[in-house]
Design a protein around this ligand. Structure first.
Ligand code: FAD
Ligand code: S2G
Ligand code: ZN
Length: 513
């Protein structure tokens, strides 16, 4: 059942998996590609052996699927979907299971189709940098492959060690390099997708330019597995920069963060490859949990990480040094540290990339990944802190609740923190409690969604909708748009077997889910 008290009932139209179904899968899948519990003819004695597949990265969402299928080819995916569609068996496609909105795990007993066994690189062009690969390739593995040829993946995120390129495409992932390489809607040139009826749509183009009709692949980028299963990806990889600089800056206010952003963008221009920020609470938690020391003498209300990536070291060094000097002289920043070597570069990045994991270790975390006009982007953090304090769930004095544990009689909020990708206008508001509880959820929602809507923002910048935000889509998309999304969903998946209960508001989706 999901952590949020979302009243969902299992759709009775979906068939419960039986031994006959497993026997059918055995006619075309190798035994090791079928993980099913013994009561339906599988070899898994304890259902909890499937917990890793049934539970999301945050531990917030837990399904109770009895079967995980791990196909090795597009044809096998096609046979799985065709059968499940004919039998009205619900399916949830799963990549690296690092999603943060409950999209990649079952709500009830949906069959999990894991793409983990489809991880071959199909083609790479040394001149164009165009890579064609299976959707189950892990992002970090692809980046290592690309690096071997002097290229790099056009996206990077903290989950790179586990997330799949198919999951990145399906969530339209953004990440820390978005400011430099843009959206997957631009870097993905083609997709191979299997539709619910088993049709294989080979749209795996490798042409940077192709204006011949509706661009179908765009529908699957960000569809979160609700229209079909992505089995192949064609993506353009940029040349790997041979000179990378990273600096961490200390600033006194969110205003100063914006001033720094305006200046850094202008001064560093084409070599800027990341502009991340986080608040002082994030820094304390990430330093504590990872036994790290800040690169700056003092504590600051806000921290900025900037990265340059270019082709000429001394050119980049000069630009960056001048920019940092001017930021200090004009008192836009209070302090700054420039990484002197590879180790310091990765240390500085680990401060930023280590935030989600550190917060997760500190306690159950309510995550709100929102797009907001940059001027007011951080305002929601103090506003939410005040709201929680007024509700008697939080105290601005960190000492009050910072060590509250899940067994405390009262549910309390330990921290209200903000960090994210300023360059993309994307804030990660994180509220860490001692346990998930409706008392906290009710103070946070729908307030946060109403606040975002009142600032003409988006309730999901890069993590997608999943189960968590499906009921709230109307805060960011009009009825006309949502109705057309439902028509598209019904056109591709009339039986509603693909990742049901999620993504679209349940009241307006087709009857089947
Ligand atoms: P999963 O979690 O397995 O699935 C995600 C969704 O895609 C589900 O709805 C699933 O059904 C669907 N899906 C997966 N594979 C397929 C497929 N082949 N065909 C059809 N549907 C499919 N996200 C960002 O955007 N930016 C970040 O900076 C970022 N940082 C993160 C840091 C950490 C530490 C963690 C844990 C997560 C982070 N994420 C971030 C969220 C997550 O990593 C991304 O959403 C990622 O793209 C999910 O990929 P995945 O392979 O794990 O997909
Ligand atoms: C990031 C990761 C998830 C989160 O670190 O950029 O996308 O919100 C996030 O902690
Ligand atoms: Zn992010």
């Amino acid at each position: 059942r999901s952590y949020a008290d979302i009243a969902i009932e299992r759709n009775p139209q979906f068939k419960k998996i039986t031994k006959q179904d497993i026997d059918h899968f055995k006619t075309f899948l190798e035994p090791q590609s079928i993980l099913a519990t013994t009561d339906i003819g599988g070899t898994i004695d304890e259902a909890k052996e499937l917990d890793g597949y049934n539970t999301d990265w945050l531990g917030k969402y837990k399904g109770r699927s009895q079967v995980v299928l791990r196909p090795k080819s597009t044809q096998q995916v096609s046979k799985i979907l065709k059968y499940c569609n004919d039998q009205k068996i619900a399916v949830v496609p799963q990549g690296g299971n690092t999603g943060l909105v409950g999209g990649g795990v079952p709500v009830f007993d949906e069959v999990i189709v894991s793409l983990g066994s489809m991880n071959n690189i199909r083609d790479f062009n040394e001149t164009s940098g165009i890579l064609v690969c299976d959707s189950g390739c892990i992002l970090e593995e692809l980046d290592k492959f690309a690096a071997g040829h002097g290229f790099s993946m056009p996206l990077d995120l903290g989950a790179k060690g586990s997330c799949h390129i198919g999951g990145n495409v399906s969530t339209n992932a953004g990440g820390i390099r978005f400011i430099r390489y843009g959206s997957l809607h631009g870097s993905v040139l083609g997709l191979e997708v299997v539709l619910p009826d088993g049709t294989i749509v080979d749209n795996l183009g490798t042409l940077p330019k192709d204006s011949t009709g509706y661009d179908l692949k765009q529908l699957f980028i960000g569809a979160e597995g609700t229209l079909g299963i992505v089995t192949g990806v064609s993506i353009v990889t940029p040349p790997r920069p041979n000179s990378v600089n990273v600096a961490v800056l200390g600033v006194s206010s969110y205003d100063a963060v914006q001033k720094a952003f305006r200046k850094v963008r202008r001064d560093l221009a084409e070599v800027l490859s990341a502009f991340e920020f986080w608040d002082t609470r994030c820094m304390q938690i990430v330093l504590d949990h990872n036994n790290l020391r800040s690169p700056l003498e003092e504590e600051h209300p806000f921290y900025i990480l900037i990265e340059t990536s270019g082709s000429k070291k001394d050119h980049d060094d000069e630009k960056l040094a001048e920019c940092l000097e001017s930021l200090l002289e004009n008192e836009i920043i209070d302090d700054g540290a420039l990484a002197q070597d590879e180790t310091q570069v990765s240390k500085m990045w680990s401060m930023r990339e280590g935030i989600p994991e550190s917060l997760g270790k500190w306690g159950p975390t309510y995550k709100y990944d929102i797009s907001i006009p940059i001027g007011v982007l951080y305002d929601i953090v103090p506003e939410m802190a005040n709201r929680l304090e007024q509700a008697g769930l939080y105290s601005k004095d960190p000492k009050t609740y910072e060590s509250a544990s899940k067994d405390d009689p009262n549910v309390v909020v330990k921290g209200v923190l903000g960090y994210g990708h300023i360059g993309d206008g994307n804030l990660h508001l994180n509220v860490v409690a001692n346990r998930f509880d409706k008392k906290v959820t009710d103070v946070l929602e729908p307030y946060v969604y109403e606040w975002v809507a009142s600032h003409k923002g988006s309730i999901s910048a890069e993590h997608g909708l999943g189960l968590m935000k499906a009921p709230h889509l109307h805060y960011s998309k009009s009825k006309v748009i949502v109705d057309w999304m439902v028509r598209i969903k019904n056109a591709f998946d009339p039986n509603g077997i693909m990742n049901p209960y999620k993504f679209l508001p349940r009241t307006t989706t087709s009857s089947s889910n």
